[in-house]
Design a binder for this molecule. Structure first.
Ligand SMILES: [Fe+2]
Length: 398
């Protein structure tokens, strides 16, 4: 009965999705492309913009090229650089105050997922002045036109530059509020590989695996996807297959870096409609309970979940194996090859097979939270109950 309820919910949700105004951010792309952003801002007639970023990026001088180009193009700007790794409601209102004080008209989100989430929330609170962030938690609660957001990602993984979500931590309660609405999707994304050339190999590895996870989960879900999401997920997987290890070995390989930026962008757009699955549902709980970095949790959990889905995922995983040029006698064999490739890649990049942080006392909580996030929304190949989550957690802990 429970599984039937989930499937009926998903069928109705799928119909509802057809009425939403899906789109995709326009991109500026290639080495040095961030310096073209000010001219684009100027062309769009925004006199002054708020740049949302964090202190580390600013001190590293990563913004310098863009700021010089802003001065040359005559684009005025104000900077909010207080974004924390898990952006808070305090960050959002600090940024919003600067936006208002300086009479800004658009927002440049410069950084990883945190800067982009914070920028989206600043834009949201600008148009929803009388609401608290908690009241906007959920799906389609904003329904307004936000100030234009130009996203400049400095990692290749989250895909936040093309997603509709913003996750903000409420300081008073430590609760993470997730706002999901198509109006939060940035209008433009700048994919400049020079900005990520300096990422350490470990960060390259786990953020890249996060992108892989978005593509694989969206593709194996299949229910909500249109042809576009399926194609984007396939393209992302092939790009990651060809470029993640390459950029891990040589961070200055700008071609590989740019390809990984494309992969993260495509995968982000694929899961924005196709949804993620149980890898994210379980991974989020580990981030909340133990501070496990998101990409690390994703890398560890991904192959275990795909293998536990069994034959229900074989057909889709086999298609991904084919996209990467893997061969096999049948779908089951190809799917297994694909999962083995993920495991081999992890090993080569020094990512562990399991995690030893999970404590016995927390297991019921992890299962409850993961089920709450995943069911009934995520159209995964097999609907899991408590015992299935328990089995996965036992596998991860080994
Ligand atoms: Fe993710």
């Amino acid at each position: 009965m429970y599984k039937l309820y989930c499937r009926i919910y998903q069928s109705i949700f799928k119909v509802g999705m057809n009425f939403l105004p899906w789109r995709m951010p326009k991109t500026l792309e290639g080495p040095g492309s961030v310096k073209e952003l000010p001219a684009l801002i100027r062309k769009k007639h925004f006199k002054k913009v708020l740049i949302v970023t964090d202190k580390v990026l600013r001190e590293l001088g990563l913004l310098d090229g863009m700021l010089e180009a802003m001065d040359e193009a005559g684009v005025e700007y104000a900077i909010y650089d207080g974004v924390q790794p898990n952006p808070t409601d305090v960050n959002v209102f600090e940024g919003l105050e600067i936006y208002h004080e300086n009479k800004c008209r658009a927002i440049v989100a410069f950084g990883g997922g945190s800067a982009m989430d914070c920028a989206k929330a600043i834009g949201t609170m600008h148009v929803k002045k009388n609401k608290a962030i908690q009241q906007l938690q959920g799906t389609l609660k904003v329904l307004r036109k936000l100030p234009t957001i130009f996203a400049v990602p400095t990692t290749a993984g989250t895909g936040s530059e093309t997603t509709i979500a913003s996750v903000i931590t409420i300081v008073a309660t430590k609760h993470k509020a997730s706002i999901n609405d198509i109006c939060l999707m940035p209008k433009y994304a700048v994919l400049d590989p020079e900005l990520i050339a300096g990422l350490p190999p470990k960060v390259t590895a786990i953020t890249g695996m996060d992108a892989l996870c978005h593509a694989v989960e969206a593709y194996t879900n299949s229910t909500y996807n249109t042809k576009l999401e399926n194609e984007l997920a396939e393209k992302a997987v092939k790009l990651i297959y060809d470029n993640l290890y390459r950029s891990y070995c040589d961070g200055s390989d700008l071609e590989a870096r740019n390809n990984m930026q494309d992969a993260a962008f495509y995968a982000g757009r694929a899961f924005t409609r196709g949804c993620v699955g149980y890898v994210h549902a379980v991974g989020h709980t580990l981030g909340g309970l133990y501070g496990t970095p998101h990409g690390l949790a994703m890398s560890v959990i991904l192959p275990h979940v795909m293998r536990q889905f069994g034959s229900a995922a074989h057909e889709r995983l086999a298609r991904l194996a084919e996209v990467c040029g893997m061969e096999g006698a049948n779908d089951a064999e190809k799917a297994e090859k694909f999962i083995c490739w993920i495991e081999d890649l992890k090993e080569k990049m020094d990512i562990p097979v399991g995690l030893d942080v999970i404590q016995d006392k927390d297991v019921p909580q992890i299962i409850r939270w993961a089920m709450k996030e995943g069911n009934p929304l995520y159209p995964v190949p097999v609907i899991w109950k408590k015992k299935d989550f328990k089995k996965l957690i036992d596998t991860i802990r080994q």
